[in-house]
Structures are given as structure tokens and as C-alpha cells.
Design a protein around this ligand. Structure first.
Ligand code: GBH
Length: 552
């Protein structure tokens, strides 16, 4: 457990965006209002056994009706930005490129965007957060059909840019491609629930389908970004990228096999989509194209080694569209896993995860869900790793904690969510140190989530909100964590426009491995960063750049 000791002079620049995140299917409810078509989650969540409490998304937090209330809540927290997603099937009910647009769906989001802007809140919009139009699954199996889905997705994206892009300047194409592919087509725990496990699903092949789905997701993202850049960006002036889930991977101990395992875990969780260049050649293009940073170029070598020809390949033309197709690194992260080589779980890179250290102690405070413990040092290490490896400004688009048994507590008790406050205390300390001491270019932070909401396969049992939702009355109550975050960012983000925007580092010489870099060894308590003052942020950034360039 950390006791943050953030130096009082540390700050975040005045243009730093902060706020809370949600997703359409998790909050909207009203699944048949306004001409909305079905999404793959509508029926899936109703199949007995698919959600922990047997509950579905028909009502959720009723935000389709209560968006004004949600907006008031955002205003009361004083956020600068709000990350939410659009339901594809509200905008194009049948989903396809020749299917009609629903003006009612457009109006719903358009009004909401106007209302946010009227309150000075910057909309940060995700185009796809897992609610694929059911029709596209029925027609051609959705993400498994590359040719069809790429065209349908790009048309949907284009409609959104056309209708909202005059006001939306921050776009995320996809939320967590790993989850879309692995949880939807591999483990089968998320819609459409396909898997080789015949107890779970009558159809599916977990050894091939996730990699095919992931391939379509990458291409859909990339062609949508191309459309934005060619047809809209100049006029609208926004930015666009993808957001990846990825938790910090820490070797279980110092054995070479486990150090390697931690890198393999990152290769499959993140590298699969970030598609980093093979390390040997990583520096060459950046030396010759100084404004073409490294991010997207080839699948990690380990993915190829593990999957052989089950990993679909891109054509040269596709590569040219995929490479460089994200303006920033969108980072969703929740925890740190201790990694041991071995096991047969390809979805984790044949790596075993644990939270129990070799000495038997736990890494951190246990959350309600088994996969999550609090370890803020990992958050800082991940920021450093991603920034050194991909050389892109980082937007933390999700980060959060579910307090154990919060659903069993009476409201008054649940509001004092000490473990969640402690989690955010640690993470914000890590964040500001990464910016001020390590020179990492972080430009946004969104806590997950504004509200307790429909937590997918967990139903409503697991609560991630910084605001408590009483599902009987749909009343919202700020938890201590919501107030903590609001105050923390108000205290640490500079008030006025007195600073220049952060200077991104343009060029990187080396793509470092996860474990062997300076910060990574600090994880194990060997190094301590010690620069102390906030004006040193740009200096730290330059130093980070120079040392990376020199391969230190
Ligand atoms: C986010 O994903 C989602 O974007 C968001 O919608 C969700 O509400 C939030 O997390 C909280 O869960 O043990 O194999 O099932 C987080 C990334 C990746 C975390 C998969 C849980 C479990 C892997 N998730 N992980 S597995």
C-alpha cells in the first residue's frame, strides 16, 4: 500500500483533459427507443448464465432518459471532459452501409453533445464499445467477415464524423480490441459469445476466430482513420486513435524465463494491436522520417511464433493504411499482473498471471473482481513503457476499481469507498510523477466510471462507479472517490493558459523491452527517480528523449 507523497509543486498543464468515462450499452437502457436496432448484447445478456445476476441491459442506469441528470452530475464534479460511446444501432439501426440512418438516434447524441459543450465539457467520443448491431452478426458474423465489416464500420464512422465532427474533436475508433476479439470469440464470455467450448457455445473456434476478429478490428479502425484524415480532419481539426486495454506485466521473480514471460504478456495484450515494429529495424524509419513516429508496423514477433499461420497477414496496401493510424496512445488500464512462464493460455501469451508474490504476500488490495488488485507503481511503469515504445502522447481513457462487496452495502456505507479512494490516490500520484519526473507526455485521464453500471458478464454485481446508483430509484449519489478525483484534478491542473501545450517527442531511436529499462527496474525497488520540481517536466522529457535516443 502506497502513501503518496506528491511534491506540492507538481502540476499538470492547463490543457490536460480529465473526467469520467462510460459506454452506451452499460448506461443507456431504452434498447428499443428512438428506432434503435438490436445490438449483440441485447439478447446475449438475456441468455441464462451469461450474466452473474441474470440481469440485462434493458434499463441499465437509464441514461437515455436521464442524460440531463448525468450532465448535471458531470458539472457538479467540475470535469473538463466526458468520455462516452455511441451506439451504432441507434445511428444505423441495421448497421450496414446501405441501411438507413435514424435521425432520431442522431438527434439524441447531437443534443447531448450540444449540452456538454454548453457547459464547457469537451466530448471524447468512442465509436465502438462492443455493441455491434445484431443484424451484422446475423448477416455475416460481424467481425469474422473482414470484407463486409470494414466497409460497414467505415460508413458508420463517416456518418458520425459528418454529423458530429463539427463539435467532436476527440475520437476513439475502438474500445479494447483485445476484449472484442478474445472475450467475444475466444473465451466466449462476452457477446457474441463464440468459443470452442461446446458447453458455452454451439459454434466457434477459439484457436482461430479471435485472431481473425482482431484483424478485422485493426483494419476497420485503420480505414476509418484514413477516411477521417482524408475527408474531415482538415475542416474539423480533430484527432483520432484507438484505445487498448493492457495491464502492466511484472516478472514473478528475476528468472530469465519469467522476465521474458512478462514481455510476452505485453506482446499479446498490447503489441498485437499497437503492432510495434520488429525491434531490430525499429529505429531506421524514424531516423529517415522524423515526423513518422513508431506505432504500427508489424505484428510482434512473438505473436507470429506463437500462432504461426493462424495469425492473418496484411497485404502491403493494408499495411500502408494501418501503419501510423493512431494520433495518440489510448490507454485503458486497471492492474498489474505478476507473470510466470508457462501454461497454455494463448490469450495471455502462454503466461500465467498471479497476484501472489514469491514470499506469499499479495500485490495489493483485492477488488470485487478476481482480475483486479491495486498496484499504482505498475501504472507509472506502464506509462513509461508505452511512451518509450510508441512515442505517442498518451490519453488514459479508462482506469478504475471495484470495491469488494460494495453491492451488499447500504448506500450510506457504499459512499465511503475507501479502497477506491486509495486506488485513485495511488494512481494520480503515479500519473503526476510520470509527467513531472519521467517526462511522459500524458494529456488526459478518465476514471472508469462516472456511474455504477451494467458491468457486462458481471451484470450489476460489480460496481465501478465513482457515483453510486440505486437501481431501484435510479438515484445517483457521489461517492468519496468521485469527490476525491474532482478535487485532485482541480488542485493539480494549472488554472490558466499560462503554459505551452506539452511538446511531444518526435523521434525515438530504440524500442525498449519492458524489463531492463530504468523505470522497470525501479519496480523492483532498485532505482529511484529524484528530480523534484514541476518546471522540470519539459527537461525530463528532453532527457528521456536523449537517453532513449542514445539507447540508455
Ligand atoms: C474495461 O475493460 C471496459 O472497457 C469497460 O467497459 C468495463 O466496464 C471496465 O473495464 C471494468 O471491467 O479474466 O480473461 O476475463 C477492462 C479490461 C480486460 C479487464 C479483461 C478484465 C479480464 C480478463 N478487461 N480482463 S479474463
Amino acid at each position: 500500500m502506497v502513501t503518496p507523497n506528491t511534491p506540492s509543486s507538481y502540476e499538470l498543464p492547463s490543457n490536460f483533459l480529465w473526467g469520467f468515462a462510460t459506454a452506451s450499452f452499460q448506461i443507456e437502457g431504452s434498447t428499443d427507443a428512438g428506432g434503435r436496432g438490436k445490438s449483440i448484447w441485447d439478447d446475449f445478456s438475456k441468455i441464462p448464465g451469461k450474466t452473474l445476476d441474470g440481469r440485462d441491459g434493458d434499463v441499465a442506469t437509464d441514461s437515455y432518459n436521464r442524460w440531463q441528470e448525468d450532465l448535471d452530475l458531470l458539472v457538479s464534479y467540475g470535469v473538463k471532459s466526458y468520455r462516452f460511446s455511441l451506439a451504432w444501432s441507434r445511428i444505423i439501426p441495421l448497421g450496414g452501409r446501405d441501411d438507413p440512418i435514424s435521425e432520431e438516434g442522431i438527434k439524441f447524441y447531437s443534443d447531448f453533445i450540444d449540452a456538454l459543450l454548453a457547459k464547457g465539457i469537451t466530448p471524447f467520443v468512442t465509436l465502438y464499445h462492443w455493441d455491434l448491431p445484431q443484424t451484422l452478426h446475423d448477416r455475416y458474423l460481424g467481425w469474422l467477415n473482414k470484407t463486409e465489416i470494414v466497409q460497414d464500420y467505415v460508413r458508420y464512422a463517416r456518418v458520425c464524423f459528418e454529423r458530429f465532427g463539427d463539435r467532436v474533436k476527440h475520437w476513439l475508433t475502438m474500445n479494447e480490441p483485445w476484449c472484442i476479439s478474445i472475450l467475444g470469440y475466444g473465451r466466449g464470455v462476452f457477446a457474441p459469445g463464440r468459443s470452442s467450448d461446446r458447453l458455452r457455445s454451439p459454434e466457434g473456434d477459439s484457436s482461430t476466430e479471435p485472431w481473425i476478429a482482431g484483424h478485422s478490428v485493426i483494419l476497420s479502425h485503420a480505414y476509418a482513420v484514413r477516411a477521417y484524415r482524408e475527408e474531415f480532419k482538415q475542416k474539423q481539426g480533430g484527432e483520432i486513435g484507438v484505445t487498448l486495454n493492457g495491464d502492466w506485466a511484472m516478472p514473478y521473480d528475476d528468472s530469465p524465463a519469467n522476465i521474458e514471460a512478462a514481455q510476452h504478456a505485453l506482446d499479446v495484450a498490447i503489441g498485437w494491436f499497437a503492432v510495434s515494429r520488429p525491434r531490430l529495424f525499429a529505429s531506421l524509419p524514424s531516423l529517415f522520417h522524423l515526423h513518422d513516429p513508431i506505432y504500427l508496423g508489424s505484428y510482434p514477433a512473438y505473436m507470429k511464433e506463437m500462432l504461426g499461420d493462424r495469425l492473418p497477414s496484411f497485404t502491403e496496401e493494408e499495411w500502408s493504411v494501418v501503419k501510423g493510424s493512431s494520433d495518440f496512445y489510448g490507454m485503458n488500464t486497471y492492474t498489474t499482473n505478476l507473470c510466470k512462464a508457462g501454461g497454455e493460455d494463448e490469450f495471455q501469451g502462454n503466461v500465467e498471471y498471479t497476484f501472489t508474490r514469491p514470499d506469499g504476500t499479495q500485490l495489493g488490495t483485492q477488488a470485487h473482481c478476481a482480475w483486479l488488485q491495486d498496484y499504482p507503481e505498475g501504472f507509472r511503469d506502464l506509462l513509461n513503457y508505452l511512451y518509450k515504445r510508441y512515442r505517442k502522447p498518451i490519453y488514459v481513457t479508462e482506469n478504475g476499481f471495484a470495491v469488494k462487496d460494495e453491492d451488499k452495502k447500504p448506500v450510506e456505507e457504499a459512499l465511503h469507498d475507501d479502497d477506491r479512494v486509495q486506488y485513485y490516490r495511488g494512481v494520480t500520484d503515479s500519473l503526476i510523477k510520470a509527467v513531472n519526473e519521467d517526462g511522459v507526455d500524458v494529456r488526459a485521464y478518465f476514471a472508469w466510471s462516472l456511474l455504477d453500471n451494467f458491468e457486462w458478464a458481471d451484470g450489476y454485481v460489480t460496481r465501478f462507479g465513482v457515483t453510486y446508483v440505486d437501481y431501484k430509484t435510479q438515484k445517483r449519489y457521489a461517492k468519496d472517490s468521485g469527490n476525491f478525483i474532482a478535487k485532485w484534478f482541480q488542485d493539480h491542473v494549472q488554472q490558466e493558459e499560462k503554459d505551452a501545450p506539452p511538446t511531444p517527442v518526435k523521434n525515438a531511436k530504440e524500442v525498449p523491452p519492458a524489463h531492463g529499462s530504468k523505470r522497470a527496474s525501479a519496480v523492483h525497488g532498485k532505482t529511484k527517480e529524484n528530480s523534484k520540481r514541476s518546471w522540470k517536466a519539459p527537461l525530463a522529457r528532453i532527457t528521456a528523449y536523449v537517453s532513449t535516443f542514445l539507447g540508455l
